[in-house]
Design a protein around this ligand. Sequence first.
Ligand SMILES: Nc1ncnc2c1ncn2[C@@H]1O[C@H](COP(=O)(O)OP(=O)(O)OP(=O)(O)O)[C@@H](O)[C@H]1O
Ligand SMILES: Nc1ccn([C@@H]2O[C@H](COP(=O)(O)O)[C@@H](O)[C@H]2O)c(=O)n1
Length: 330
Amino acid sequence: MKAIRGAITTENTKEAIFHDTISLIDEIFRINKIKSSDVISIFFTATKDIDAAYPAEALRHNGISNIPMMCFQEMNVKKSLEKCIRVVVFINCEDDKEVKHIYMKNAKLLRLDLLNIKVAIDGPAGAGKSTVAKELAKKLNFTYIDTGAMYRALTYKVAIENINLEDKNKIVELASKIDIDLKNDKVLLDGMDVTSEIRTPSISEKVSYISMIPEVREIMVKLQKRLSDKGSVVMDGRDIATVVMPDAQFKFFLTASPEIRAMRRYNELTSKKIPVKYDDILNDIKKRDKNDTERDVAPLKKADDSIVIDTTNMSIDEVVSKMYNIIANG
Ligand SMILES: Nc1ncnc2c1ncn2[C@@H]1O[C@H](COP(=O)(O)OP(=O)(O)OP(=O)(O)O)[C@@H](O)[C@H]1O
Ligand SMILES: Nc1ccn([C@@H]2O[C@H](COP(=O)(O)O)[C@@H](O)[C@H]2O)c(=O)n1
């Protein structure tokens, strides 16, 4: 037995409810290659603003009379999608049958995560990419992939193995051997949690030298492309819209003045009791920007089709909402 979910938005008239319910059920049957004799039962919910007809009535009217059906009112959650009919269809089938859940019209917003949407976010150090990307991914229920964390993890490994930054061969060899994984906001290096270790000023200072090495980029980009292939993702970095996900449906380039970016980073580190000087951070940011934008391979640059968001005078919430609205309305 399996359950197939679906939803569709409608209008509060009998005609619209009948039409949209039938469209939804037809699509669920068509895409999942099921017939009414496979169906055990169907449960519908409708939002509070739908009272002109029962969705189940639409199916009866359309000739389906032998499937047990029930209609309920959906929980009335504040700011939730209006005029929406949700359904769950229980079917008899083989255990290994792959089912596809169907979201139509504005109900697609309920499960953007099922639509294989790629969101690319690039920008200079401290522009707010990872903070915003993480929030946005949570709001959309997408997977978040922090590519900077991968270069940082390699840099951390280079540092603990005492490898000279000039020794490119050793660094590339290490890059090809290490295992980097991103799981539940944690960065795992060969299975070890290095989430905080990779964010220290000493790693930030070195990372753009490591990320300049073309063979290192090749290894990282291959891994990032593989990760981007898993459903809907938000990925942030420097070359995401240009190299890693050039086909992303949504591309953003976040920026802010170097002074604001340095101040944000200074506040972040001092709040964690990490002793730092504002001027050192500003210099590191400027140096990294220079290295990242001037390197030969995949330099940091805005893709032609990226939307620029200057976050200098915007709060984190404002940036996230702006991006979310662009995606939800896109
Ligand atoms: N719009 C904003 N307003 C205020 N603070 C912000 C804003 N965006 C991000 N920050 C803060 O700025 C700091 C840097 O942000 P974040 O680490 O997300 O930047 P980043 O672009 O990912 O940087 P890096 O490339 O160096 O990793 C964090 O402390 C974050 O909380
Ligand atoms: N796609 C990327 C991501 C990062 N880098 C390099 O890594 C450094 C650290 O990245 P953060 O986002 O964590 O600050 C960054 O300065 C780049 O040198 C990259 O090259 N490509």
